[in-house]
Design a protein around this ligand. Structure first.
Ligand code: 5RP
Length: 291
């Protein structure tokens, strides 16, 4: 016969049970599993994320800096909150002992040789669950040739994700001839959020970026874009955070830097410690020169 429980007295009658609002913007009404996955992406300490984007190979092959992910990228993983990656690289290069949350590239189709907006959903939700990912990522081509299909594909991923508690990141993809300004990103980010994306990736705009973040009901993270001088990339990250971004999802400005280790730590200092660009640059230089 099981031992009888000794009756406790700690009922705290009259002490109201805590019920906290969830800290990730626009996510209070989501289910526990989805919130838990978002909490792994967006650091509960400050609600922000340093996401390292290394998914570029899904449309442009062995991108400069990503030729050998096992050698060049693995040392950076320690400093990131989240990894954004394809399932092919996850399975072949990332040891399963890495317990950082994963945002998985779930769209694809055309290569850089073709019309990029012609993407499809390229991953089943069942495989996302098998891999234990926290969110899917899909390009949305507002204004692009296949605009409607990319939007509807995003909603399909949102629906599948809601079924299993996996978040969706919409990546606002700007066509080659389109203007990357705040007006465009307000439109694109808001459409993606209205149609269910849990967080949005845009580019930073020097003017009006705060209107992109303030009119978007869910978190916005910024891509880094093509490689620019380190000080400029750090300044861009600093401005984005101070104008309402919930983090960065950066790739080339980290892994194409002359010191990827220096850059990732400098970006982290900006995102999580609100370090000024000048101080972050000093950190980058000291790590670069310590080799
Ligand atoms: C590809 C992507 C990339 O992940 C994104 O562009 C981030 O990388 P970068 O900072 O190099 O722009 O979504 O479309």
């Amino acid at each position: 016969m099981p031992e009888m429980d000794k009756e406790g007295k700690k009922f705290y009658v009259g002490v109201r049970q805590k019920s906290e609002l969830f800290y990730v913007k626009g996510s209070t009404e989501l289910d526990w599993g989805m919130k838990n996955r978002l909490a792994r992406i967006f650091n509960p300490k400050d609600g922000k994320t340093v996401m390292l984007a290394i998914d570029h190979g899904y449309f442009q092959g062995p991108t400069s800096g990503l030729e050998r992910i096992d050698i060049s990228i693995m040392p950076l993983v320690l400093y990131v909150d989240t990894l954004m990656v394809t399932r092919g690289i996850l399975r072949s290069m990332i040891p399963p002992s890495v317990i950082k949350p994963v945002v998985i590239r779930a769209s694809g189709g055309p290569s850089i040789l073709k019309e990029l907006s012609d993407e499809q959903i390229a991953m089943d939700m069942e495989d996302c669950i098998r891999l234990g990912v926290c969110a899917t990522a899909i390009q949305v081509f507002i204004g692009g040739e296949f605009e409607s299909r990319s939007v509807i594909n995003m909603t399909k991923l949102v629906d599948a994700g809601l079924r299993y508690g996996i978040a969706t990141m919409a990546v606002t993809a700007v066509g080659r001839d389109m203007k990357r300004d705040a007006k465009y990103f307000r439109l694109a980010a808001r459409i993606c959020a209205e149609l269910g994306a849990n967080f949005i990736k845009t580019y930073y705009t020097e003017e009006g970026f705060e209107t992109v973040t303030s009119s978007c009901p869910v978190p916005v993270v910024i891509a880094g874009g093509k490689k620019i001088p380190e000080m400029d990339a750090l300044t861009m990250a600093y401005c984005a955070i101070n104008e309402g971004a919930a983090g960065v999802d950066m790739g080339r400005n980290i892994f194409q830097s002359d010191s990827p280790l220096g850059m990732i730590q400098a970006i982290k200092a900006i995102v999580h410690d609100n370090e000024k660009p000048e101080q972050a640059y000093k950190l980058y230089e000291s790590i670069k020169n310590s080799k």
